[in-house]
Design a protein around this ligand. Structure first.
Ligand code: NAP
Length: 312
């Protein structure tokens, strides 16, 4: 990790010399198209330089519009922004990977991606239907492809030069280990739910030991209430250090060596979530001692997005 006395500037090197990921990332899981554009623009203006997208979010075009506006303004160069998008479950068949990647690239209006992730380890029936269901409403999974086949197609994208790094999302340590062992190009990043109620300590250790960036989503517990933002330990620390509960949670995530994704939807919240500063060691220790354990997003057990944010 490239630490800086200014926590906001922390960058984490990716394996294979594939660049550095700004630890503070902006997530684009925003259902409303107009709000996607304004929130992405506001995040860029607040200082975020890492943007997390997905084919499944249905708004890559809008994210691309906002980013292009920031780039053509001239003040920010493409190489100063780190952009990720994700392969959806219905595109796991190896022959579908490159077309899905190219389609995302085109929607985003980009020439290359910094990172492409397999969104979940679950393969759905291949095709353009993102949520294939049988007559009983059950997801139709695809038993004709395994994760390693999909991974090999991801490796080819790196070979072809349009994608700097590849990784996995919503994956458990038990699922990650065999892919890591077999991969020709090792996963550079793992994106999973993580916060003080779900620290994922073992997975984090594996990632640190093997040079994999651990990228936490839901660092604010998806903003759910009651929840982390109202946790008495977090609130007391926030009052003590003169920061907001959100800023305390985001600082904790960066100081424990992870990157994170947060989704502020207004300019004020974007500035708040970017304006983090280091917590003293006793505060970090107190957070690490919170005994509550809670997973908020069930995507990891089904491949079906387990959390749909409130509409804009
Ligand atoms: N790989 C996956 O399967 C997966 C799953 C989920 C998310 N993600 C990624 O992770 C990103 C982060 O999403 P998240 O829900 O996990 O983010 P989050 O930051 O934990 O939660 C976002 C929620 O927190 C609220 N919030 C944001 N800033 C706040 C602040 N300063 N004070 C109080 N409340 C605040 C927002 O409220 P308002 O709505 O009121 O603004 C929103 O409801 C997503 O956009 C997506 O890119 C990935």
């Amino acid at each position: 990790m490239i630490e800086s006395s200014d926590l906001r500037m922390t960058r984490i090197p990716l394996s294979h010399g594939a660049g550095q990921m700004p630890a503070l990332g902006f997530g684009t899981l925003i259902p409303d198209a107009a709000l996607t554009i304004t929130a992405t623009r506001d995040a860029l203006e607040a200082g975020f330089r890492h943007f997390d997208c997905a084919e499944r979010y249905g708004n890559e075009r809008e994210v691309g519009t906002a980013l292009q506006a920031g780039l053509t303004g001239g003040a920010i160069a493409r190489e100063h922004i780190f952009i990720t998008t994700k392969l959806w479950n219905s595109n796991h068949r190896p022959e579908r990977v490159e077309p899905a990647f190219e389609a995302s690239l085109q929607r985003l209006g980009l020439a290359y991606l910094d990172l492409y992730l397999i969104h979940t380890p679950f393969a759905f029936q291949p095709g353009d239907e993102q949520d294939p269901r049988d007559q009983n409403g059950n997801v139709i999974y695809d038993r004709g492809v395994n994760l390693l086949d999909t991974w090999k197609a991801m490796e080819s994208l790196v070979d072809h030069g349009k994608c700097r790094a590849i990784g996995l999302s919503d994956i458990s340590l038990d699922e990650l280990k065999p892919i890591y062992a077999s991969a020709r190009i090792k996963p550079a990043v793992v994106q999973v739910e993580s916060h003080p109620y779900l620290p994922e300590t073992e997975l984090l250790k594996f990632c640190k030991d093997n040079g994999i960036v651990f990228l936490a989503f839901a660092p604010l517990g998806h903003g759910m209430k009651p929840g982390l933002l109202e946790d008495p330990v977090i609130s007391a620390i926030a009052a003590r250090v003169g920061k907001t509960p959100a800023q305390v949670l985001l600082a904790w995530a960066v100081q424990r060596g992870t990157a994170l994704l947060t989704t502020p939807r207004t300019a004020a919240r974007a500035r708040e979530n970017f304006d983090i500063s280091p917590l003293p060691q006793d505060a970090l220790d107190e957070i690490n001692r919170i005994p509550i354990r809670q997973r908020l997003n069930s995507v990891v057990s089904t491949g079906v997005p387990g959390f749909i944010p409130k509409g804009g």
